[in-house]
Design a protein around this ligand. Sequence first.
Ligand code: NZQ
Ligand code: ZN
Length: 394
Amino acid sequence: MFHSPTEFVFGKQTEEKTGAMAALYGAKKALIVYGGGSAKRSGLLDRVEASLKEAGVEYAELGGVRPNPTDDKVYEGIKLAKEEGVDFVLPVGGGSTIDTAKAIAAGVKYDGDFWDFFCGKAVVKEALPLGVVLTIPAAGSEASGNSVITKIDGLKKLSLRTHNELRPKFAIMNPELTFTLPPFQTACGIADMMVHVMERYFSNTKNCELTDRLCEATLLSIICEAPKVMANPDDYDARANIMWCGTVAHNGQCGVGREEDWASHFLEHEVSAIYNVAHGAGLSAIVPAWMTWMLDHNIDKVEQFARRVMGVTPSDVQGAAPGAKYKKVAALGIERLKEFWHSLGLPVNMTELGIDNPDIDLLVKKLHENKGELVGKYVPLDCNMSREIFELAR
Ligand code: NZQ
Ligand code: ZN
């Protein structure tokens, strides 16, 4: 099943259409949700508010969502949304803000504790409609039905996945809004969107040619555009390409017809829950280890990735013994991916991420407590395997 009902409003100054879009989708009073202040500092919030006023949509505000968002802000938002009688939720920001808004949208319509949805005790049947003003291409939450929240008590970072209920009605995507992103945040977003594609690319489903090629095209586009946005943050065209890649990476089309993996995300969610690192940087530290482990356990797609995405050719492994060439190609692909991430200033292991002495016992314990005995699909990882991957990522 492929379902991507969101109306994407892409281009310069599109934030001026926020009010009209919200009104179109029935908003009378919206809860604007935003983060630590970037949207305020840039003047974006003022422009969004002006456009709501112009469209006759009232609003209340909830600021202060922090990266790796936590449950306390969701409870605060649910309370505020009820007090203010809002009928629409409008996050202005990135994945953390959007995910908080989604959890609020579901929680307002539910009599119990919103956390029931995240720990699997309840299923979202209805939610307030939501629209998004995106300021960082990364998590792809503008196009997904998912929300990722950390419960402070026990540091449980869990995802809620819905087919439809939490997909935004519309997403305003103005690449100019991303000019103010610090280089490290831009790079983290690039790693995250690449891994969203890779979680779908590393699949055991055969004969899914178009989906494979869509994944490769998206990855190649990101690899082509990323150096441009790093070198020139105000390059509109490069920013626009990267922004759209982030959406294509996660709206589901790169996974059509196949089993998806998601082990790297599950491994990373424990790292960012415990050490509060940026999600994209956590991924760039974990994925090379996951791929390296796959060289000996399920190499085929790693080899294909090396050739078709990282451009490894037979001449690159000329000297290798014939029986060793396949693995050498795959391994070279991983090296090139690491070089690429390094070129963006990203870490490729936990030491570089700033975690010198990771508590691997704790990471493994929480991973399997939260995600079950077996994690991922490309090779379902038991606790010994996930331990080996965390060790490789040191
Ligand atoms: O809080 P503010 O002040 O806005 O600053 C943010 C934040 O510090 C800043 N920022 C955002 N837009 C900016 C900007 N700074 C300057 N100019 C701008 N235009 O960037 C920082 C990071 O923001 P955040 O929202 O945390 O980033 P991201 O979009 O990477 O979201 C990460 C969260 O999304 C989850 C991650 O686990 C993590 O918690 N994910 C959500 C998914 C989903 N819902 O489908 C899927 C992903 O795999 C991911 O797990
Ligand atoms: Zn992600």
